[in-house]
Design a protein around this ligand. Structure first.
Ligand SMILES: O=C(O)CCC(=O)C(=O)O
Ligand SMILES: [Fe+2]
Length: 324
């Protein structure tokens, strides 16, 4: 048999430090100085830079997740929530937070909303990024978006956005989450709250593209922030009749919101002063989008059109990269 070129699968994309871009990057230092193994990368044309895979020492510990049994929170009307405190084993909270903050591309998305004749510019008050593809499509082994049923390429016109595969460093956690919850997820949304001024206002993740009663797994790494939940107003019960809930979400924790939670409750991370909020908090949510509209929505509001930001260790902040 003639020697064949190794097929360009997504996994083979993960092999050797692929570009000068990476080598030239001063931040490209291993998590631990003693690490001898070469770093491997997730690579895709839609990524603004190659995304490092987790070092084996982090994966080895992460594989012990979930670190605790969940608490069931379902005694309030329409609330159906599992709370893992923690889900991620303690020894990797800090290295995993540092790794993801350093290695992922982040965006500060701006968009306009129209209410009647007036257009308002919204500046998303946190850093965001997203990876994944809805149920109607998947990535082929070579990283091309193909129809989920026929396996044929979807073509340039089926999505306005350019969907990004979930990089291996996050997919490890997605697979663990699927195994422990029995749920299926095809999207990872990541929020980075740099300071106590970053926030997300009251909303519910009840978009139709998620189907009825969606399950959403939501992780915290880094600073503790309050997660507020309040019942939506209904004709029968006024909002104030069902007590609001405050969950101080701490590093390593995960909440699984499911059942009637999204259709009946709103949640938020309010701005806060003091505490360790200024050390930064990463939130990762895994979700399952059913139709193409979900993919369009997630990329529009979590990647958008602006420049990519990357963590700068020397400056201790996200810095917008030019020309990417
Ligand atoms: O940061 C969090 O814990 C919540 C984020 C959230 O609600 C969302 O992204 O929809
Ligand atoms: Fe949410």
């Amino acid at each position: 048999m003639a020697t064949t070129k190794r097929p360009r699968t997504l996994d083979s994309f993960f092999s050797p430090p692929p570009s000068k871009k990476i080598k030239a990057d001063p931040q490209d230092t291993p998590v631990s100085d003693t690490l001898a193994e070469p770093r491997q990368y997730s690579v895709h044309p839609t990524y603004p830079f190659n995304i490092a895979q987790l070092p084996a020492e982090i994966i080895a510990i992460l594989n012990f997740a979930p670190a605790a049994e969940p608490t069931i929170m379902n005694s309030q009307p329409d609330l159906d929530l599992l709370y893992y405190q923690p889900y991620i084993p303690k020894d990797v909270w800090s290295p995993l937070f540092d790794f993801l903050r350093r290695e992922l591309p982040f965006y500060r998305v701006k968009y306009t909303i129209k209410r009647g004749p007036t257009e308002t510019l919204i500046n998303t008050p946190r850093f965001t990024t997203v990876f994944g593809l809805d149920e109607t499509a998947r990535f082929s082994p070579t990283g091309v978006v193909v129809d989920a049923t026929s396996g044929k390429p979807c073509g340039q016109t089926s999505y306005r956005c350019r969907p990004r595969p979930i990089p291996e460093c996050i997919d490890v956690l997605r697979r663990l989450t699927e195994a422990s919850t029995g749920c299926t997820f095809n999207f990872a949304l990541v929020n980075y709250y740099a300071t106590g001024s970053d926030s997300i206002s009251y909303h519910s993740d009840d978009e139709r593209f998620l189907g009825t009663d969606p399950a959403i797994a939501s992780f915290t790494l880094g600073a503790k922030r309050d997660f507020l939940l309040k019942h939506k107003p209904t004709e029968a019960k006024h909002e104030s009749e069902v007590k609001a809930i405050k969950l101080p979400l701490a590093s390593g924790g995960m909440i699984l919101m499911k059942g009637r939670t999204q259709s009946n409750w709103l949640h938020s991370i309010p701005k806060r002063k003091g505490g360790d909020a200024d050390k930064g908090r990463i939130n990762i949510t895994f979700r399952r989008a059913m139709v193409k509209g979900g993919t369009e929505n997630y990329y529009r509001y979590n990647v958008g059109e602006g420049g990519v930001h990357r963590w700068n260790e020397a400056r201790g902040e996200m810095v917008e990269e030019t020309g990417k």
